[in-house]
Design a protein around this ligand. Structure first.
Ligand code: ADP
Ligand code: ZN
Ligand code: ZN
Length: 827
């Protein structure tokens, strides 16, 4: 047999694995599986592999096969990190879908999907060379220090050496030591997740009999402290399986030393116990019954699930959608299935989880990015082992390793925060949930008071089932919608100051007189968005971004909401030195000021990004308002989310026009949704609430739909507009953002890319164009919009074409550092 043939034969018998690596790379890499593991290897296991010259990473096995890679020789897998898969084949299939649909790299999906602590990266450690002899080499002082430390401890990490030398850059010394063959550098993989352990205490085996115990009691009679410990252990062992050392120390107040003595005499023993970081408290289940409307909705949903995979639950705010979800979840849990409930915002999960824990106790857990790495790994493992059945989470919860998913609920399905903006994959959690559910044979509920135009279209054309609830729970009447015509009041000179209609001001006064609460909605934070010189019209702008700076009164600063750049409020114009500087427009901070002047006796609170920066800032403001510690709550869209306030009788939308005339094809939909949502906060049992909408454009069709709470009217109007201009759901859109620090290169590259894409997309390419904010953090931006017919069968092919052309662009020496991000179905 020739050598060649032998190699071919060996290769043909060898087993390989496709491994996903947590790196910004497009594909999987092929590694060879060591013979010893051929029988046990399974997709979904983590393995340590070398990638590049030195680095070692933990990758995930995607598939196992017998095809050697072409173009390179497969390296061996270095080791297996897990004995069992940490996720199932469906999750891997789902990763693939996310990557290809959203034009992202599989490595990016892995980065997103796995909790950080499950992704290992090698760390360089420094060790003494095995044949190192101290006297054989000459060392300088610093090198000597390193060697000395290594003789005490076998291995040191780079950071530890930096600490020893008190130097930031230790590489020259390490290099020198390597060249003298004194040390070696090793790449180690370190598992970042460690189980949490506590020390527990138990009575030694030989003293466990009644007689032996009594014996110890007498022996310790004079030793007060030890006796206390003995008594304590004796009592606690009857109450609990494991006695934490901490508990003993706390209960008896003795010192560690007394315990030591008792170990020495052999009375007590210690051991380590692994515990869960997330301690679950159990609560008694809470019973409730659905009202008639909810029951009908529930039955309809169950019936529709026989013929549809997805059902849209269109229920107005406070119609009681959550209770319908609870009944649906209950049925799944009884059947032994897992359920995922997605919420658009982390702030909401805390509230909802408290409500749901009452019904589902310990089988229900929250999951979002505010959890620590270690906590996320624990939840991951519990879901993988099916120890939890209900997960309530933000969009990233989609990637948990569900084993037996029966139902996915996407609450507030219209929310744009379901779409990830940066980094890639820019996935939409609602659309991805539908695909995941399909892969796992699960059903999907989309819930909203104001469905997205996309979902409603799918419901009307029969792709999804549709179930509606048009009444608030508990006969609370819907709020009265009132128009405040700013244009008219301007003419009749009844405006109060520059911003308030007498309609709104009078209503606030009445509510205050009745000891009722008021919410004022203004979707812009800060004091004023623009400062302008009266003389020469100079406007201070950010030095990094193409946007005017917003004035914040609390710290007398002008700041950029895109990059955080901040300067002191100037006293003079930087262009003409005039001291006449005007503030234009207004944000929540100014609103708070002005309302404070108009209603000096009212207690005012503010809820926006600036007042909720601290960890519990958000909760605190909400709780205070609930406890009526404030009369008026002013806020941005943070207000609109799922809050229930018993005493709010009036909601004011201070500037509806600002929402409507935003340059975006979703502006109408969004304005309607936001106002409907804040309006939902008004009204109490047996008393109708009021919503006052201030606008200077009362005849504008959208304003009329808002005032009539006419969702269907809005939908029909908006759909026509979108058809006319070729926006979703009529067409699909892919947005390319081309970014570079040099404006000229950004412009040229975007034209070059348009040229390249021309053969694929013909006249369906819009742009390149400068977006609304055309420079962010010193990067100039140009955008290209690609439109694709909804029924185009070439979608996957076109997306591959986009990736290919971006790679081609980056190969051009001139455009190497041009950054192009792809946003499929932008929101
Ligand atoms: P939605 O999510 O549709 O806006 P909620 O779920 O917040 O509505 O329900 C509105 C209010 O009615 C809540 O205070 C909720 O506790 C209450 N509620 C709804 N359904 C029931 C029920 N079947 N039994 C008791 N209370 C209910
Ligand atoms: Zn000026
Ligand atoms: Zn900026």
């Amino acid at each position: 047999m020739t050598d060649d043939l032998a190699i071919q034969l060996e290769d043909a018998l060898a087993t390989f694995a496709e491994v996903v690596l947590p790196l910004h790379i497009q594909r999987t890499y092929t590694y060879r599986i060591p013979l010893a593991f051929e029988k046990t290897v399974q997709p979904g296991m983590r393995v340590a592999v070398q990638f590049g010259a030195k680095k070692i990473y933990s990758g995930i096995i995607q598939t196992v096969h017998h095809r050697p890679p072409t173009g390179y020789e497969a390296k061996y897998i270095l080791s297996f990190i897990d004995d069992a898969p940490i996720l199932g084949p469906q999750q891997l299939k789902f990763w693939d879908w996310v990557a290809s649909y959203y034009c992202a790299y599989l490595g990016d999906v892995m980065q997103l999907a796995l909790p950080a602590a499950l992704k290992l990266e090698s760390e360089t450690t420094v060790c003494l060379a095995e044949d190192f002899e101290e006297l054989a080499v000459e060392l300088d002082d610093r090198e000597y220090l390193i060697i000395e430390a290594l003789q005490l401890r076998k291995a040191l990490r780079i950071q530890e050496i930096e600490a020893i030398l008190q130097l930031k850059n230790t590489l020259p010394f390490l290099k020198s030591l390597v060249s003298k063959s004194a040390i070696v550098l090793k790449e180690n993989l370190e598992e970042k997740y460690k189980e949490k352990k506590i020390t527990c205490i138990r009575i030694a085996e030989q003293y466990k009999t009644e007689a032996a115990m009594q014996d110890v009691f007498t022996r310790l009679e004079k030793k007060e402290k030890q006796l206390a410990v003995w008594m304590c252990c004796f009592q606690l062992q009857q109450q609990m399986q494991h006695i934490p050392k901490k508990t003993i120390l706390q209960k008896t107040g003795v010192s560690e030393a007394s315990l030591q003595t008792m170990y020495k005499h052999g009375y007590l023993e210690t051991y380590q116990l692994t515990i869960d970081r997330i301690q679950l408290e159990s609560m008694p289940p809470q019973e409730f019954t659905l009202n008639e409307i909810q029951t009908v909705a529930f039955n309809n949903i169950e019936a529709l699930f026989q013929i549809k995979d997805v059902v849209l639950l269109h229920g107005i705010t406070s119609s009681g959608k959550t209770h319908v979800y609870v009944k649906l979840i209950e049925a799944q849990i009884k059947a032994g299935k897992q359920v995922l409930m997605l919420l658009p915002e982390i702030a909401l999960t805390a509230q909802i989880i408290q409500r749901l824990k009452k019904y589902f106790g310990n089988t229900c857990m929250a999951f979002h990015s505010k959890f620590s790495d270690a906590e996320r790994v624990e939840i991951w493992n519990k879901v993988n082992k099916k120890e939890v059945q209900l997960i309530i989470g933000a969009r990233s919860a989609l990637f948990l390793p569900f084993q037996d998913l029966g139902l996915v609920i996407v609450d507030e399905e219209h929310e744009s925060s379901y779409k990830q903006q940066d980094p890639a994959p820019r996935y939409h959690a609602r659309e991805s949930a539908i695909v995941l559910a399909k892969m796992m044979g699960a059903k999907v509920i989309l819930g909203s008071a104001t469905p997205s135009v996309e979902s409603y279209t799918n419901a009307l054309n029969g792709k999804y089932g549709l179930v509606e609830m048009h009444q608030r729970f508990g006969e609370i009447p819907q709020p009265e919608m009132i128009l405040a015509n700013l244009a008219e009041e301007g003419r009749t000179k009844t405006l109060v100051g520059n911003y308030f209609s007498s309609t709104l001001v009078n209503a606030i006064q009445t509510a205050l007189n009745n000891q009722e609460q008021i919410i004022l909605f203004q979707n812009r934070r800060g004091y004023a968005p623009i400062l302008e010189c009266e003389t020469c019209k100079w406007i201070p702008k950010c030095i990094n971004c193409d946007i005017s700076l917003t004035y914040h009164k609390y710290n007398q600063s002008l700041s950029c909401h895109y990059c955080g750049y901040q300067i002191q409020h100037p006293s003079n114009c930087h262009a003409c030195n005039s001291s006449f500087l005007n503030l234009k427009g207004f944000g929540t901070e100014k609103l708070e000021d002005e309302i404070g002047i108009l209603f000096p006796e009212a207690r005012i609170a503010r809820l926006d990004f600036d007042t909720t920066r601290t960890k519990h800032g958000h909760e605190k403001i909400i709780q205070d308002f609930e406890a009526h510690a404030a009369d008026i709550l002013i806020g941005t869209q943070m207000l609109s989310k799922g809050l229930d306030f018993e005493k709010v009788s009036l909601v004011g939308v201070v500037n509806a026009d600002q929402l409507l005339f935003f340059p975006d094809f979703r502006a109408h939909e969004r304005a309607f949704q936001l106002i409907a949502q804040v309006a939902g906060r008004a009204g109490r049992k047996h008393k109708q609430g009021k919503v006052i909408v201030q606008t200077a454009n009362p005849t504008y069709p959208i304003i009329q739909y808002i005032l009539n709470s006419d969702y269907k009217g809005l939908y029909a109007y908006d759909l026509l507009e979108r058809k006319k201009f070729g926006y979703p759901p009529e067409k699909r859109i892919i947005k390319l953002s081309i970014k570079h620090k040099d404006l000229k290169i950004a412009k040229e590259a975007s034209w070059q890319l348009k040229l390249q894409l021309g053969t694929l997309f013909k006249d369906q390419i819009l742009g390149p164009e400068a977006p609304f904010v055309s420079k962010i953090r010193n990067y100039y931006i140009r955008e290209i919009l690609l439109k694709i017919d909804r029924d185009n069968k070439q979608l996957a092919y076109l997306k591959q074409g986009i990736l290919f052309h971006i790679q081609q662009l980056n190969k051009h020496p001139h455009y190497k550092s041009v950054w192009v991000s792809i946003d499929v179905d932008p929101v």
